[in-house]
Design a protein around this ligand. Structure first.
Ligand SMILES: [Zn+2]
Length: 365
């Protein structure tokens, strides 16, 4: 079964469980006159809505690429995750309003034994759904499913609060429904904010996973003649499509046909192993003594700047007495000023040469 079908199947299970829970809780809430239990039912209804949104989002994101959206529709899932978090936030705000009203004007609920049993079963069902969603969501890398799972677990806590309220009401003949409601509403709002933050981060674009970039670099550097690999950049278009680029350093006497063979093999291997569509650029490396000397001096100068994370792509053009190199700097650094200083220093040592710096961004670890 493919990812889309698994996400949809998981969501349908969630919807069915929640519809049953809404019916039972609405029944218990109405016969006992408990606002906490009725709120709990409303909250589960919001889960039914968010699961439905997840299904719609997954269906839309599985749509094949077309002329207008050549990278496919995978990012639709980030939008549906944002909608799910918005539903959580709205539910939290409404519960809070309702609960505050009950704190100000408490109403006593009458619980029967059967009501308490239904509440307990509902809590267990919610916990099961939450764990199931989170596990499946992590396996399938679906933020929307993970978000729904987190929501289900916070719901179990909310229902737990209604149980506490029922117990207090039965044992001490006193109502704390409003207070329980306030605490749990704040918890729901916090959950909503956290999920919306993660989702927005995904939409804005976050630093690629360190394990992934390290494994990719190891792979790129494992081929014969590859002296180094730099500037690894990854873009994702939803969880299933990553497009990337990197530079590899090769001896400057390699022929185009050899490079062709090498880079073709690399891109095919990387696609098969990582599922990443990779473009590979070339840096030439010279091995002459002059180049080594200048490079060592440059490395020494650069090592004095802690904001310079990497020096690479060094190449000496003997004929034109020009040197090219790339610097990767910390995003917080004043990169222009630092590169000007470094160029000045190396230029003083080698006045006959011209130096060209390319400032690369610190895109990945
Ligand atoms: Zn570079």
């Amino acid at each position: 079964m493919d990812r889309t079908k698994k996400i949809i199947r998981t969501s349908v299970v969630g919807i069915i469980v929640n519809v049953v829970l809404v019916a039972f809780k609405a029944f218990v809430g109405l016969i006992s006159g408990s606002v906490a239990v009725i709120l709990d039912a409303v909250n589960n209804l919001s889960d039914v809505m968010s699961s439905t949104v997840t299904i719609i989002g997954t269906k839309l994101s599985a749509k094949k690429p077309d002329k207008k959206h050549p990278f496919g529709h995978g990012r639709v899932e980030y939008i549906t995750s944002a909608i799910v978090s918005a539903i959580i936030l709205v539910t939290g705000a409404l519960s809070l309003k309702e609960s505050v009203e009950k704190v100000i004007k408490p109403e006593k609920a009458e619980y029967s034994a059967i009501s308490v049993v239904i509440i307990v079963v509902a809590i267990l069902a919610k916990i099961a759904v939450g764990i199931y969603f989170k596990r499946t969501g992590k396996g399938l890398k679906s933020d929307a499913l993970i978000a729904s799972g987190t929501d289900a677990l916070s719901d179990a806590l909310l229902s737990g609060g209604t149980l506490v309220a029922a117990a207090v009401s039965l044992v001490w003949n006193f109502t704390i429904e409003g207070y329980i409601g306030v605490i749990i509403s704040l918890f729901i709002i916090k959950t909503g904010i956290e999920i919306i933050k993660d989702t927005f981060d995904s939409i804005i674009g976050i630093r690629a996973d360190r394990d992934l970039t390290e494994n990719l670099k190891k792979k790129l550097c494992s081929y014969d003649n590859v002296l180094g690999c730099y500037d690894l950049t990854l873009h994702n278009y939803g969880p299933n499509l990553i497009i990337g680029s990197a530079h590899i350093e090769l001896p400057d006497d390699m022929r185009a046909k050899e490079i062709h063979k090498l880079t073709r093999k690399m891109t095919v291997d990387i696609y098969n192993e990582f599922g990443i569509v990779m473009t590979i650029g070339i840096y030439a490396s010279n091995s002459g003594e002059d180049a080594e000397t200048i490079k060592n001096d440059l490395s020494t100068i650069v090592s004095g700047y802690k904001d310079v994370l990497q020096l690479h792509g060094f190449y000496l053009d003997e004929e034109h007495k020009s040197v090219m190199f790339d610097l990767v700097m910390d995003f917080a650094a004043d990169s222009k000023a630092i590169s000007a200083e470094i160029t000045d220093k190396i230029k003083k040592k080698y006045p006959d040469y011209t130096f060209h710096v390319v400032l690369d961004s610190d895109y990945s670890d």
